[in-house]
Write a protein that binds this ligand. Structure first.
Ligand code: NAD
Ligand code: TDX
Length: 348
């Protein structure tokens, strides 16, 4: 496989690059890690991999047509896994424009580069359960319609639609995975779990949105990466969708309780703040299709979360570097006013 992984310096990209390079030496002869290094990308996550002759890092924008076409050609790429995206729902509500540029236009640029390349084998679009929208009952299967709620989810659903259009119109062997909420090492501390773990470690408030009873379907990032690797080996003509989930639903309040227990911190750190606009109540995926095709999650949530808390405890230098500078402005903008108006009791 001559593989490009985009968004390689982000949370899932970093874990996936490490997963792919750890497979048998025959499996990957070249791995080009592409990342623009936005606020969410961190080259330090990958620096030690430069010692591997199969590995190359390229700082580039996936929305840069010339750069992507040249790279795919020069490196004789046959497989592309697109993890590059703007990924934070709250940021998409504040400003949707980078979400359109990277998630929609960037995906189109990559599709076009793949389409032009002779011998291209597989395009894998890493998508999300959020495209199905909030699910009051049951679990979404792959044939459910997309009903995105946030600008982030809308940009991901639009990208998925383009991937399917390229498979149908041009016969591009492009497939989509839609995964539930990930947790694990290297996650940027704007997402619920790393934010609450790092705030908890510092004895700072944990801002729970609304009544704290929104439900997310949690999977360890290693299980997600194993699923991405697994689907790369499946026969598929193009246009197929595979849900990825451990089918483990937890309300945010319970996630928070487990984190506090693991950190040995008091419940008084929890502050209820004004809700996220359009906040999806519940995500739940049916992953039967991929299970029948031979993939299964291995990590149990409680044990995986304990390992994750231990990782953040040990990697204080990693997240302290992130939580300085521009992050402080972001945090004040996003949480300053809300925390000043917060309460110890849930919002109705
Ligand atoms: P992340 O925010 O941690 O990482 C995204 C990476 O993309 C960063 O390294 C960033 O620098 C890079 N990037 C952003 N814009 C770019 C551009 N224009 N060109 C090149 N690189 C760019 O996100 P993540 O959690 O690793 O998510 C990766 C993918 O997985 C996304 O497509 C996301 O929608 C999807 N996903 C995430 C989750 C989750 O729970 N984290 C769940 C399901 C699906
Ligand atoms: O400070 C917070 N307080 C809070 O109560 C934050 C950051 C979140 N929350 C709630 C909102 C959600 O119900 O926690 C839940 C999880 O929130 P996020 O970590 O922001 O994730 P979510 O919005 O569920 O989206 C995530 O999963 C799907 C990723 O960010 C997406 O990239 C992925 O596609």
């Amino acid at each position: 496989m001559r593989l490009v992984v985009t968004g390689a310096a982000g949370f899932i990209g970093t874990n996936f690059v490490r997963h792919a390079l750890a497979r048998s030496a025959d499996a990957v002869s070249r791995l080009v890690a592409v990342d623009l290094l936005t606020y969410a990308g961190n080259y330090a996550n990958l620096a030690d991999l430069e010692a591997d002759p199969r590995f190359r890092f390229v700082r580039a924008d996936i929305a840069d047509r010339d750069a992507m076409a040249t790279l795919v050609d020069e490196e004789a790429v046959d497989t592309l896994v697109n993890c590059a995206a703007e990924t934070h729902v709250d940021r998409s509500i504040a400003d949707h424009s980078p979400f359109v540029t990277t998630n929609v236009e960037g995906t189109l640029v990559l599709l076009e580069a793949a389409r032009q390349r002779t011998g291209f084998r597989r395009f894998l679009q890493v998508s999300t359960d959020e495209v199905y929208g909030s699910i009051s009952a049951g679990r979404a299967t792959e044939d459910w319609p997309t009903r995105p709620s946030s600008p982030y989810a809308a940009s991901k659903a639009a990208a998925d639609a383009f991937v399917q259009a390229y498979a149908t119109t041009y016969g591009l062997p492009a497939i989509i995975t839609r995964c539930s909420n990930n947790y694990g090492p290297y996650q940027f501390p704007e997402k619920l779990i790393p934010l609450f773990v790092t705030n908890g470690l510092d004895g700072e408030a944990l801002p729970l949105y609304g009544d704290g009873l929104n439900v997310r379907d949690w999977i360890h990032v290693e299980d997600h990466c194993a699923a991405l690797w697994h689907v790369l080996g499946l026969p598929a003509a193009g246009g197929e969708v595979f849900n990825v989930s451990a089918e483990h639903e937890v309300p945010n309040r319970d996630v928070t309780d487990v984190i506090l227990r693991l950190l040995d911190r008091p419940a008084s750190l929890v502050r209820y703040v004004d809700d996220r606009p359009g906040h999806d109540r519940r995500y739940a995926l049916d992953a039967t299709r991929l299970r029948r095709l031979g993939w299964a999650p291995r990590r149990r949530f409680e044990e995986g979360l304990a390992d994750t808390v231990a990782w953040y405890r040990e990697q204080r230098a990693w997240w302290e570097a992130i939580k300085s500078g521009a992050y402080r402005d972001y945090y004040e903008r996003m949480y300053g006013g809300r925390l000043r108006d917060s309460s110890a009791a849930p919002r109705s």
